[in-house]
Design a protein around this ligand. Structure first.
Ligand code: SF4
Ligand code: SF4
Length: 373
């Protein structure tokens, strides 16, 4: 394992060296937010808090040009039109600095959508091949974090090329991939005392509160699917703003539009959100998800039921399932009305457990039922 030391004070110089080969996206503070910006010489990357947005923009840009086109009418036969297509410019080699392990795991989940369903997405493939993740391990959980519910951990290496472990005065930089090894090759070796500090900190970190048992969540969700009163109650505060999906490292829905001007134009792919009423509105005027209840149900179902059922053999979480949620907590933190996906999941489980308990009344002589925590 290649381990080096990256001093906090050297971060701008190291980022500048990387920027000679890559477009470096680095987190900086802007007001209360921590946002990714293209690195420039006057910038000091801020790695002290998880970025407010996820790293998915490096792989699935908010808006991108799929191709441009031009038409030319055949002047001798006006029924004939020639179409000329031009391919987009290949993505620049990009290094994203500062994602957290939950974001890096999001990369792995986006791969499921764009690389593993039989149809390989060429644009995503190009971004994926051109992008490196230099992630930062967490040293504490914020109160909205729950990565361990979904199989993650504060120092999970999945999806990262280099994982930076905070220590006094900087970071132990641990290479996860060969590309990561090359990136940190010129940094000084991590000293024995620094490695000891890291090991001691890991040993003294108190264990996380145990994650709830999500083993039956997919079935429980299906059992609750038709209970629209339940979903209406859960979505009562929702404003359909879509922030939860835009900031999510695993939400991958997009829309395709053509921007046309005269005889030329371009085809764009843009993030979409299933929390919007327009998302599922059909040309006929029918909308299969007409209410916020339908839409919130879909978002939660996608993360905790449809995905694990579609990828049953995937790398499991403690529950034995892979969810398309990494527990980053952004949808909780940034929701303007505090909709909390954790409580929805727990409410689904509790409602189904209550229903099952109603159906099986206690038999005389049986021990008293102990409530699950
Ligand atoms: S962020 Fe909150 S209010 Fe906005 S769509 Fe998501 S759940 Fe609804
Ligand atoms: S659903 Fe929420 S907690 Fe889960 S990955 Fe998306 S933003 Fe993070």
């Amino acid at each position: 394992m290649v381990e080096r030391f990256l001093a906090e004070a050297d971060l701008p110089a190291v980022a500048a060296a990387w920027a000679r080969e890559y477009r470096v996206l680095a987190p900086v503070r802007e007001g209360a937010a921590v946002v990714y910006r293209v690195f420039s010489a006057d910038m000091h990357p801020f790695l002290g808090r998880p970025p407010s947005s996820s790293a998915k923009e490096a792989l699935l840009p908010q808006t991108e040009n799929l191709f441009s086109y031009k038409y030319r009418k055949d002047q001798t036969d006006l029924t004939r039109t020639e179409v000329f297509l031009s391919e987009p410019v290949p993505p620049e080699p990009t290094l994203i600095l500062g994602p957290r392990p939950c974001d890096a795991r999001g990369r792995h989940l986006l791969d499921r959508v764009f690389l593993e369903r039989g149809v390989i997405d060429p644009q995503y493939t190009a971004h994926r091949a051109a992008t490196l993740f230099v992630s930062v391990a967490c040293t504490r959980m914020e109160n909205t974090c729950f990565c361990h519910w979904t199989g993650g951990a504060m120092d999970d290496e999945t999806g990262s090329d280099v994982l930076l472990h905070p220590v006094t005065g900087g970071f132990v930089a641990r290479a996860v991939t060969l590309a990561g090894e090359k990136l940190i090759a010129s940094l000084p070796e991590a000293s024995a005392s620094v490695l000891e500090e890291l090991a001691a900190r890991k040993q003294s970190t108190p264990p996380l509160e145990p994650a709830p048992d999500l083993t039956g969540i997919a079935e429980a969700f299906l059992a609750k699917f038709e209970d629209l009163d339940f979903w209406t109650d859960q979505s009562a505060r929702c404003l359909s703003c879509g922030v939860c999906t835009y900031l999510c490292p695993t939400c991958s829905c997009f829309n395709i539009t053509d921007e046309n001007s005269g005889m030329a134009g371009r085809r764009l792919r843009t993030w979409d959100t299933c929390m919007s009423a327009l998302y599922s509105l059909e040309g006929s005027g029918h909308n299969p998800r007409p209410s916020r209840a339908h839409r919130l149900r879909n978002r939660v179902g996608h993360k905790f039921c449809y995905h694990p059922r579609e990828f049953p053999d995937a790398a499991p979480s403690p529950s034995g399932l892979e969810f398309s949620c990494t527990g980053c907590g952004r949808c909780i933190k940034s929701c303007p009305v505090a909709v909390d996906i954790r409580s929805i999941v727990l409410d689904v489980l509790a409602a189904v457990a209550d229903k099952a308990a109603e159906k099986t009344p206690e038999q005389p002589g049986q021990p008293e039922k102990v409530e699950a925590k």
